[in-house]
Design a protein around this ligand. Structure first.
Ligand code: NAD
Length: 316
């Protein structure tokens, strides 16, 4: 069996930090090359500086480490993207095309490029958006994700490159800080609940969105990547979610543990982004194709987050 050497872009990000640790466990420390724009001095392992829009350095690293797979996590997320639409389009699209081209040229065995629920916009039904619903995103981030999904399918169909993708919902974890998405409140709220017993939420009451606990997101990613190629029927990106909740539902569950925790609501421009997104999506094809099944619901997610953040105050 081929020994895999995996390069991860955007490895210092919210998902990257946790995914890199999981990949190291699976493939061995020396087989994971973490890359990002800046070094993280606390990181233990092989790390290289890489701007993913720089195809020359990407190629150099692939040759230097004899890379066989790429997990391309580098991106500018939804809320941050709206502050510089053309700049974030450039970063998200050119990095994605660089990774796909590298996959083709160096005949990589697999490439993972995540998408997002942000591919859906106002035209989508609020609940249970079907896998094949035509995506009409309202953000530049969503537009780039739709384009990236289609480029991935193109490279699979035209060149046989094994590109796989998930439409992640909002990801919630204790291990790392979120990096500028519209669902970041669902992580921030835990830190503020513990430290200040009060949180001012940038999304309004009633804003239900699809979410997933970090452990489930990582498990889904690894399960998708481990599945035999003939079980992958979706080559754009699989709908994926674990649960849906609104800010007040999350706050109320946190109050079960921190009784004097209070929340007020001051929606900002991110409310406009969230209003365009569905409250839930239908991930039954992921469940059929590679047995996707989330382990965490709202109660278990909140308990696990608080257990970790309270036990390890350096994380909070
Ligand atoms: P993040 O913002 O926390 O991390 C992104 C990382 O990419 C950062 O460390 C940043 O330094 C790096 N980066 C940005 N531009 C770069 C460039 N030009 N070259 C190299 N590195 C660059 O994001 P995340 O939450 O870890 O998201 C990872 C992936 O998952 C992204 O593709 C994102 O769109 C997708 N996603 C995330 C969520 C979520 O809730 N976190 C939801 C849906 C999809």
């Amino acid at each position: 069996m081929q020994r895999e050497k995996i390069l991860v872009t955007g490895a210092n990000g919210q998902i990257g930090k946790v995914l890199v640790a999981a990949l190291k466990k699976l493939f061995g420390n020396d087989n994971i090359i973490a890359t990002d724009l800046r070094a993280d001095n606390t990181y233990e392992g092989i790390f290289e500086l890489l701007d993913a829009t720089d195809s020359n350095t990407l190629s150099k690293l692939i040759m230097q480490y004899q890379i066989t797979q790429i997990y391309h996590l580098a991106a500018v997320l939804s809320a941050k993207g709206e502050t510089d639409p053309t700049g974030s389009w450039h970063i998200n699209m050119s990095s994605t095309l660089n990774v796909l081209e590298a996959g083709r040229i160096f005949k990589l065995s697999k490439v993972f490029i995540p998408s997002s629920i942000a591919v859906f916009g106002q035209s989508a039904p609020k609940e249970g958006v079907p896998q094949s619903f035509y995506p009409e995103p309202a953000t530049v981030y969503g537009i780039a994700k739709v384009a990236g999904e289609n480029w991935g399918a193109y490279y699979f169909n035209k060149y046989g490159l094994d590109v796989r993708s998930l439409r992640y919902p909002g990801v919630i974890g204790y291990q790392s800080a979120p990096g500028g998405g519209t669902t970041d409140y669902a992580v921030d709220i835990f830190h503020k609940a513990i430290k200040e017993k009060h949180y001012t939420c940038f999304l309004d009451k009633g804003t239900r969105l699809p979410m997933i606990y970090m452990d489930d997101a990582i498990r889904a990613t690894l399960k998708l990547m481990e599945a035999p190629s003939d079980q992958i029927s979706i080559r754009t990106a699989y709908n994926l979610q674990a649960l849906s909740f609104s800010p007040e539902e999350l706050a109320s569950e946190i109050q079960q543990y921190i009784g004097d925790f209070s929340v007020d609501y001051a929606p900002d421009f991110r409310q406009g982004i969230a209003n365009g997104w569905p409250a839930s999506i239908d991930d039954s094809i992921a469940r059929q194709d590679w047995n996707w099944k989330p382990a965490y619901g709202l109660q278990s997610l909140v308990k696990d987050m608080l257990d970790h953040l309270i036990e390890s105050p350096q994380l909070a």
